[in-house]
Design a binder for this molecule. Sequence first.
Ligand code: TPP
Ligand code: MG
Length: 656
Amino acid sequence: MTSDTHTATTVRLTVAQAVVRFLANQWSERDGERQKLFAGCFGIFGHGNVAGIGQALLQNELADGEEHLPYVLARNEQAMVHTSVAYARQKDRLQTWACTASVGPGSTNMLTGAALATINRIPVLLLPSGTFATRVSSPVLQELELPYAADVTVNDAFRPLSRFFDRVSRPEQLPSALLGAMRVLTDPVETGAVTIALPQDVQAEAHDWPVELFAPRTWRVARPLPEAVDVEDAAAVIRSAKRPLVVAGGGVHYSGAESALQAFCEATGIPVGESQAGKGSLPHGHPQEMGAVGSTGTTAANALAAEADVVIGIGTRWSDFTTASRTAFQEGGVRFVNINVARFDAGKHAGLTVVADAREALTALTTALQGYAVDDAYRSRQAQLWAQWDTAVEGAFNPPTDVTDRLAEGLLTQGQVLGAVNELSDPRDVVLCAAGSMPGDIHKLWRVRDRKAYHVEYGYSCMGYEVPASIGIRLADESRDVFAMVGDGGYLMMPTELVTAVQERVKVVVVLVQNHGFHSIGSLSESLGSQRFGTSYRFRGESSGRLDGEVLPVDLAANARSLGAHVIEVHSLDELHQAIKEAKAWPADGGPVVIHVETDPLVHAPDSASWWDVPVSAVSDLDTTQTAYAEYVDHKATQRPLITPAGTPSDPESQS
Ligand SMILES: Cc1ncc(C[n+]2csc(CCOP(=O)(O)OP(=O)(O)O)c2C)c(N)n1
Ligand SMILES: [Mg+2]
């Protein structure tokens, strides 16, 4: 090869410049729609990325061409991963962000975000910086030194949390690292956190790259079709059912299978219970919509689950909340049909597996089930159970005076707050939540009226997700308002990104529900015999020496105001209604609005008639714990292995 040819086919860039240029040229495509795979790059600079990736992003921004990768400065590395994940979830996993962090704590701050992404199966690209590959001046600032393993860095902690991990110690390794990362990010089965660790010296090193590396590249997101025999077997099992139930999970949403599910339910009359990620699979008001199922389920879905003879899981991981810790399905011979793009999930509970995209599998099953429908008695049971539950929801949203009269001055119930936001927001607006008592209450009570209007992160249930995630959701779709429901505990973990929302003029509405501590864990603690120990934000009592003194004088409204948010403090239901209307009217580029409302943590949402397995101390000096343990033992007795015959013709003994 002559040197002329050489310069025509290669381009000399640093590793960091090559990363940025490559990312700017990646696209995803599904159903003929193509979009940039990366909306941009979040980051916080320090040593390790300021002169490598930082220089590359600056150079890219100044060039401002087709190959642009917009940079956004965040405030906390964990938060920027949350923002990216929320963005990707709102985009049905077809688009995400890259996140760059400095050496050491900047990078390890992203670990919690990585776990959240991988558990929820949401794509995000993490670019932690590493200490020198050459180790010329080790140990450098923020470097981990392990006497027994010289090649380990703190970034190895990303390995168990990532669906793909590579460390680029030499420029030659970069192309395969990048291609591997894109493959996993755009694979509906494998996707999650993807990590490419970039040592700081390698980032700044120059290399001659083949120009083809930077050609626009489109990653088609697959819709795997079901095997015909699996559809036949599934249809045969469903045809044998008198009381079938669908459990819809996040896979229904990510596949965009809502209409296919609706057609399936309308043809067969099969009702639907929804996991947290699957909530909103059918719109509120649909006759087969039974709402949430499991530990935080509706009494309607849970009654049907207890009686179901065939349970059809669609895109669900079968988490303990969904199965009520394996107590939700009580029918002796209950069988499972598991439709899932991931064979890993399809194989759970010894179910009959249909490994396929949810939309494709549902369409095939609807055809295969032609002529089958549940009987009228089962339909009217659905209607009757739903009517009972809906009355309970009304009671939570508009509590009777014997509840409200007992509230202290200025306090509302959490149900009143949720009801007001649900009723006064637009049907397309997004409700967002992650941890505390609200995810459960929202799962039960919220009336979802649009497929992308419900966003509760309950795979990792990470306190602090809410404020950063609200930015991601809004950036993903500016035609919707986002209402982030956050407790005082969750808010205190990560209010920082309000500053990022101010900087980017992103309109998000944060409803900050102040109840001075952990309503959720306080109630859990009480029910488990631990007397709400250590769950209230209070002074240490002078005589008791315990955290049972006066409520702490924290002013979270002032805190939010100090970060640049527009804050509305409410002390009555009328004021809350006004505040929501004011937030709705707030300009699209007006930055964050925080509605501060105080609630009584001792008023609970309607009961799910369900259970969640949290072990209680088997021996104890405390009467409360002993009583709770006796109840725990009773509940344990209702737990079932859920290992039932699959029911394929190849398993003839299962046909009885
Ligand atoms: C990062 C993180 N730490 C701890 C927990 C465990 N946890 C779950 S809910 C909760 C309390 C939440 O308090 P708050 O946000 O005020 O909501 P509330 O329970 O009062 O509704 C805790 C500590 C968690 N989910 N996430
Ligand atoms: Mg609280």
